[in-house]
Design a protein around this ligand. Structure first.
Ligand code: FA5
Length: 356
C-alpha cells in the first residue's frame, strides 16, 4: 500500500497512510488547549467524515489480497489516535480542575476577619469581668444547674405553692415528673439555697449563670439571659454592707461618674428589698427609648436574706445575717457598651459583634 493524498472530491484514494494519520493527529493535538477544542478535534479525527473513516471506506478499492493488511494498519492507527486523545483529555481535565479550584478558592481568614478570630461574645466577656471585680472584693465563684426543681427556684426562697409572687417570673416548665415541678430556672437565686445547704457560713460568693423566662424580647429583655447572684452570710452583716458592696462594684465596673441608686422594692426572699439602678448610659439620664424615658436602668434586685430562707436551709437567723443580690449580666453589658437594644446579643450580626 502506497501513501496517497485525499482526492479533490474529498474521498480518500485507495492507497492511504495510516502512520501519517497518526503523526498528523499528534501534531494537531499539541495545539489543543481546551476540552471543547478537544471534542471538536476528536470528531475530526475519528468521526464519520474523518480521513480515517474515509480510508476505511476506500479499502474496497484495494486488491482483495492487500485489504487485510491495510485494514489492520488502519485499526492500529485508530487505536493509537484514541490513546493519544485519552492522554490529552486527562491532562486537560486536570488543568481545568485546578483552574476551577483556583477560581473558587475562598480566603476564610478574610471572611472571618482577624478582629473576630477567637473572640469571646460580649456577654461572656462581661461575665468574666464581673467575676473579676467580685473576686477582687473577696468573693468566690460558684455555679448551679439551669434545670431546677420547684423547691430551689421557688419554695426554699419563701414562695410556697400558689404564692402570688411566683407570678413575678414567667416560668418555662420542663415535662419531667409531676407537672410544674421541674423548670428552667427563672433566676440565679436558687444557687444561694444550694450554697447555704452545701456549706455553712461564712459565705462570700457570686454565682453567675443563664436564666430563662417567657419574656417578650424588647430593648431591655431577652428570653434567655444571664444573672450574677451575690450572697454574703456572716455574723453582724447589715444593709450598709450591702449598699457599700454595690457602690464599690458600681465604681469598679462602670467608673466613678456613673450614678447608682437603691429604691425600695419587694422580693419574697429578702427583707428589706431594693432595686439597684444606674443612670442610663444611652441618654446619660435625659430619657430615651431604652430606659422608657426614665433616665434610669434597673440592673438588679437585692436585700437582706429573709429569715424564712435561713429556716428553709436550717440556718439560725438569730445567729446569722446576710445580704443577697442578683444583677442582669446582659443589662450590665448593655449599659457598659451603650447598646440601645439588647436583642443584638443574640442576632449575632458580625458587623455589630465586631464593634463591641
Ligand atoms: C430577680 O431575678 C431576683 N432573683 C434578684 C434578687 C436576687 C433579688 C437576690 C434579691 C436578692 P429580677 O426579676 O428583677 O430579680 O431580675 C433581676 C435582673 O435580671 C433585672 O434587673 C435585669 O437586669 C435582669 N433581667 C431580668 N429579666 C431579664 C430579661 N428577660 N432579659 C434580660 N435581663 C433580665
Amino acid at each position: 500500500m502506497t501513501p496517497s493524498p485525499a482526492g479533490d472530491d474529498g474521498s480518500e484514494s485507495p492507497g492511504v497512510d495510516p502512520e501519517g494519520l497518526v503523526a498528523s493527529a499528534v501534531d494537531r493535538l499539541a495545539m489543543i488547549t481546551t476540552l471543547t477544542a478537544l471534542d471538536e478535534l476528536q470528531t475530526d479525527l475519528l468521526g464519520k467524515r474523518s480521513a480515517l473513516a474515509r480510508a476505511h471506506q476506500g479499502l474496497v478499492a484495494l486488491d482483495p489480497g492487500e485489504r487485510p493488511e491495510a485494514g489492520r494498519r488502519l485499526n492500529e492507527a485508530r487505536r493509537q489516535i484514541e490513546s493519544h486523545l485519552a492522554v490529552a483529555r486527562r491532562a486537560l481535565e486536570l488543568d481545568e480542575r485546578s483552574t476551577r479550584l483556583e477560581a473558587d478558592r475562598l480566603d476564610l481568614t478574610e471572611l472571618i476577619g482577624p478582629a473576630l478570630r477567637g473572640r469571646l461574645h460580649v456577654v461572656q466577656r462581661t461575665r468574666d469581668e464581673l467575676e473579676d471585680v467580685f473576686v477582687g472584693m473577696g468573693f468566690r465563684v460558684a455555679e448551679g444547674p439551669e434545670a431546677e426543681t420547684d423547691w430551689y427556684n421557688f419554695e426554699a426562697l419563701n414562695m410556697p405553692p400558689a404564692h402570688p409572687a411566683r407570678g413575678m417570673w414567667d416560668t418555662l416548665y420542663l415535662e419531667v415528673g409531676e407537672p410544674e415541678t421541674v423548670m428552667l430556672r427563672t433566676h440565679t437565686s436558687p444557687v444561694q439555697v444550694r450554697l447555704m445547704e452545701s456549706q455553712g457560713p461564712p459565705i462570700y460568693a457570686v454565682m453567675p449563670g443563664k436564666c430563662y423566662r417567657r419574656d417578650t424580647p424588647d430593648a431591655r429583655h431577652i428570653p434567655t439571659f444571664h444573672q450574677i447572684e451575690g450572697l454574703v452570710v456572716d455574723r453582724g452583716i447589715s444593709f450598709a454592707d450591702l449598699a457599700g458592696t454595690i457602690e464599690t462594684f458600681t465604681t469598679a465596673y462602670f467608673g466613678a461618674d456613673i450614678h447608682s441608686r437603691l429604691r425600695p422594692s419587694y422580693f419574697p426572699f429578702t427583707e428589706p428589698s431594693a432595686e439597684y439602678e444606674i443612670t442610663c448610659t444611652i441618654c446619660k439620664g435625659s430619657g430615651c427609648r431604652t430606659c422608657s424615658q426614665t433616665g434610669w436602668i434597673e440592673l438588679g434586685g437585692c436585700g437582706m436574706v429573709d429569715p424564712a430562707v435561713f429556716a428553709a436551709v436550717g440556718l439560725d437567723a438569730e445567729e446569722w445575717t446576710g445580704f443577697a443580690f442578683g444583677f442582669g449580666i446582659d443589662r450590665c453589658a448593655q449599659m457598659r457598651h451603650e447598646i440601645p437594644d439588647m436583642r443584638v446579643f443574640f442576632d449575632n450580626d458580625v458587623r455589630v459583634l465586631r464593634q463591641i
